[in-house]
Design a protein around this ligand. Structure first.
Ligand code: ADP
Length: 352
């Protein structure tokens, strides 16, 4: 059985990471396992920035966003030299288990470290926990932080909606999730958006042209809806799809064009639909984790240590059909994940 485990958070932070750290530390201690907290992701392993954690090290953190272990990216860890130094530290400290809370990149790092130690005939059992607001980890339906981020985005959108309504405007709102529209389609459904634009439905090939066609259609739809009495609009855009300011400007210009050319409007103050972009940005990464994130983080953290106690190695913990499960790291990294296209379809169908 493992005697000493390390725990670290890596990649982008996510609300609920602290709850996961707490669950890992407390579960391990309850089973007589020593826990070393490693700061700033793999940097801490390379630089020796780590400390022994006890039950009180994780007091009063279950409700806090961010991560008390700090997080970072670490390029050096991706080199032979970096892995070599990290492996030395692991050996010196007698770390035989490692819980990594982060995304696919962090799991890849854990697998590399295990392989490196294997070459030295040393074993380390690595367990990955999915922690990212983007929900873009392939092997799991759900990642720690996703629920909090969506609720934060939704709260902000509700506020923008007030001002959008007062001014008869269209609000183009950019949410996080580069290459992943999970936040976008969910908040779009939840805020009653007129449209949602995400990478999954706008393929990379001919992206500009497809996006332009979509925006042309959207401008037309907004103008038609305005005739039925609709006065304000919300368009949710996933980060990475294009510049949201340019999207807002394009929509405004298109609606002006339609008003001028088809409706004969000449009054500049009442022509087209004024569109404004808001980039929600890092506000989505912070804040107290929701109940769901705290519960999932607690379950997953507990599960990770149980795997280590059971002698299971190199797994990623995930959630499938509301059950906590685990996969081999390599298998987890090769899996493919869809997005909730049906939510996008519903948004399009019932927004009029
Ligand atoms: P995420 O874990 O959220 O996917 P990154 O892709 O930035 O975030 O990865 C986080 C860290 O994991 C990197 O900074 C690096 O230290 C480590 N890492 C990523 N890919 C590898 C790899 N192929 N080999 C070793 N370490 C890696």
């Amino acid at each position: 059985m493992v005697k000493t485990i390390g725990v670290l958070t890596s990649g982008g932070d996510a609300p609920g990471m602290n709850a996961a750290v707490r669950a890992v530390v407390r579960t391990a201690i309850s089973k007589g396992i020593k826990v070393i907290g490693i700061r700033r992701g793999y940097n801490g392993l390379i630089n020796g920035d780590m400390y022994e954690m006890d039950a009180r090290s994780v007091s009063d953190i279950i409700n806090r966003g961010g991560t008390i272990l700090y997080t970072a990216r670490c390029k050096k860890f991706e080199t032979e030299e970096g892995l070599e130094i990290a492996a030395d530290k692991v050996e010196a400290l007698g770390i035989d288990g490692l819980v990594v809370i982060g995304g696919d990149g962090s799991f890849r790092g854990a697998a590399d470290l295990a392989r490196h130690l294997d070459k030295r005939n040393r074993e380390i059992a690595c367990i990955g926990l999915p922690g990212t607001i983007d929900n873009d980890i392939q092997c799991t339906d759900y990642t720690i932080g996703f629920d909090t981020a969506m609720n934060t985005a939704l709260d902000m959108i509700d506020r923008i909606r007030d001002t959008s309504q007062s001014h008869d405007r269209c609000s183009v709102i950019e949410v996080m999730g580069r290459h992943a529209g999970h936040i976008a389609v969910n908040v779009a459904a939840a805020c009653g958006a007129t449209a949602v634009l995400c990478e999954e439905s706008i393929p990379l090939e001919n992206r500009e042209e497809i996006l332009r066609n979509k925006l042309d259609e959207l401008a037309r739809k907004m103008m038609d809806e305005r005739k039925t009495g609709k006065t304000h609009f919300i368009v949710v855009v996933a980060e990475g799809i294009g510049h949201s300011e340019e999207i807002a400007e394009y929509l405004h210009d298109k609606t002006v064009e339609i008003d001028k050319n088809e409706n004969g409007v000449t009054d500049v103050d009442n022509c087209g639909i004024i569109s404004r972009a808001t980039i929600l940005g890092h506000v989505q990464r912070g804040g107290n984790p929701t109940l769901r994130d705290r519960v999932v983080a607690t379950e997953m953290g507990h599960y990770a240590v149980q795997l280590l106690v059971d002698g299971v190695k190199n797994r990623v913990v995930g959630m499938k059909d509301n059950k906590i499960v685990d996969f081999d790291i390599q298998e987890a990294l090769s899996m493919k994940k869809g997005y909730q296209k049906h939510l996008e379809d519903i948004v399009n169908e019932i927004s009029f």
